[in-house]
Design a protein around this ligand. Structure first.
Ligand SMILES: *Cc1c(COP(=O)(O)O)cnc(C)c1O
Length: 427
């Protein structure tokens, strides 16, 4: 019986047997014991499934990864130590030196830096295209050595909605998968696989954990991309891995399991960006209430966005759920039940006014964080981007007066009253 997403949030991934713990056990063990060397050898040959060392796999992590795979409608998933590790693995599992990736230009700044600076140094080239680019521009971005397309369902902090179906079609026309960072929407509000995406990644640090308790990431495979049909592009999946006993992932594990098995056996083995079982346990507690929290985050954000949009001291408001927003049409298509809890807006009076406004907030805290149960906000011009002058800021799409306001799950009237009194100090 297919279960609805709310039930999967609570009960997915782990089904205890008779007399077993109701809550997922935290397997706080680096290693696992075997009776014979033959038994262990089978694990190393990927002939039998089982655990041997927590740098590669741990049962607690796998329960939680299985829940996220069910939430997204995928076939396999792995947890990573952070969202950054998930972004890196998702691309590096497909591309190496001499390869090329097409990415949306409005992605999270940390991802942009990972791609444009660090992975470029590893010999992978990226072409960034505006999410609303013309068909000709999108077509022109592809090269014979392109291995994937990458975008964010709702971009952090640009809050632009990604046209998943359109980019999936373009990727597939070129025989490559679409990878979507679904952090801000979460599977409660959007399931990118239903629109043609092939791989989904998350910074679980945000809404999935939801309480600011643990940094983490996740990668999910839809199981739909046919690697062998494009074997020339993906030798890592479609030819024997000599570093892993000559296994060919795509033939041994099929479309459903090849991508995540390779990422575990190769990338986790070599890079070790594993999530700790403790953090996986905390992440699971967050997932149990994800569907309840997302509804409240979105309700609060829409109320705050509507209030801001009518206020005379506010210059502009950006929120995909707001009528008239540039992304509103795409939001109605991909995010009919709500987008996210983050609203960005500009206060009249520029950089100085934004600083004054934020200093007077009492409910919202100033933090380098978003997507948490507690309302928080950030003024990029005086924090993450403080080395830039106003002109440099505008050149990268961040207005000096921009406030990124992440609505928590408190009472919306308290958030609005707090914003109102802080705005009054600007008169
Ligand atoms: C925060 C974030 C990341 C990076 O995740 P970390 O867990 O901080 O490493 C990636 N993508 C998006 C959309 C994010 O918001």
């Amino acid at each position: 019986m297919a279960r609805r997403i709310e039930t999967t949030c609570v009960q997915g991934g782990y089904t205890p047997g008779n007399g077993e713990p109701r809550q997922i056990p935290i397997i706080q063990s680096t290693t696992f014991k075997y009776d014979t060397s033959e038994d262990m050898g089978k694990l190393f040959d990927l002939e039998a499934s089982g655990y041997f060392y927590t740098r590669l796999q741990n049962p607690t992590n796998d329960y939680v990864a299985a829940k996220i795979a069910q939430l997204e409608g995928g076939t396999a998933a792995m947890l990573t130590s952070s969202g950054q590790a998930a972004s890196f693995f998702s691309v590096f599992n497909l591309a190496g030196q001499g390869d090329h990736i097409v990415a949306s230009s409005t992605i999270y700044g940390g991802t942009y830096n990972l791609f444009a600076v660090t992975m470029k140094r590893m010999g992978i080239d990226f072409t960034f295209v505006a999410p609303d680019c013309s068909d000709e521009e999108l077509e022109a971005a592809f090269r014979p050595n392109t291995k994937a397309v990458f975008g964010e369902t709702i971009a952090n902090p640009a809050l632009v909605v990604f046209d998943i179906e359109r980019f999936a079609k373009a990727a597939h026309a070129h025989g490559v998968p679409l990878i979507v960072d679904n952090t801000f929407a979460t599977p409660v509000n959007c399931r990118p696989f239903e629109w043609g995406a092939d791989i989904v990644i998350h910074s679980t640090t945000k809404y999935m954990d939801g309480h600011g308790a643990g940094v983490g990431g996740c990668i999910v495979d839809s199981g739909k991309f046919d690697w062998m049909a494009h074997a020339d592009k993906f030798p890592g999946l479609c030819t024997p891995d000599e570093s892993y006993h000559g296994i060919t992932y795509a033939t041994k594990f099929g479309n459903a399991g090849a991508y995540i098995t390779k990422a575990t056996a190769q990338l986790m083995r070599d890079f070790g960006a594993i999530q700790s079982p403790q953090n996986a346990f905390l992440l699971n507690l967050g997932l149990e209430s994800l569907h309840v929290r997302m509804a409240r985050h979105c309700e609060n954000a829409l109320a705050v966005a509507r209030f801001l949009s009518t206020h005379d001291l506010v210059a502009w408001v950006k929120y995909p759920g707001l009528e008239g927003d540039k992304s509103h049409e795409l939001a109605q298509k991909y995010l009919p039940n709500g987008s996210c809890g983050v609203v960005s807006f500009g206060v009249k009076g520029g950089r100085k006014a934004a600083e004054t406004f934020m200093k007077h907030l009492r409910v919202a805290a100033i933090e380098t964080h978003v997507a948490d149960a507690r309302t928080c906000c950030l003024h990029p011009a005086s924090a993450t981007h403080r080395q830039m002058n106003d002109d440099e800021l505008r050149a990268c799409g961040i207005a000096p007066e921009l406030v990124r306001y992440s609505c928590g799950i408190e009472n919306a009237d308290d958030l609005i009253e707090d914003i109102a009194q802080a705005l009054e100090t600007l008169r």
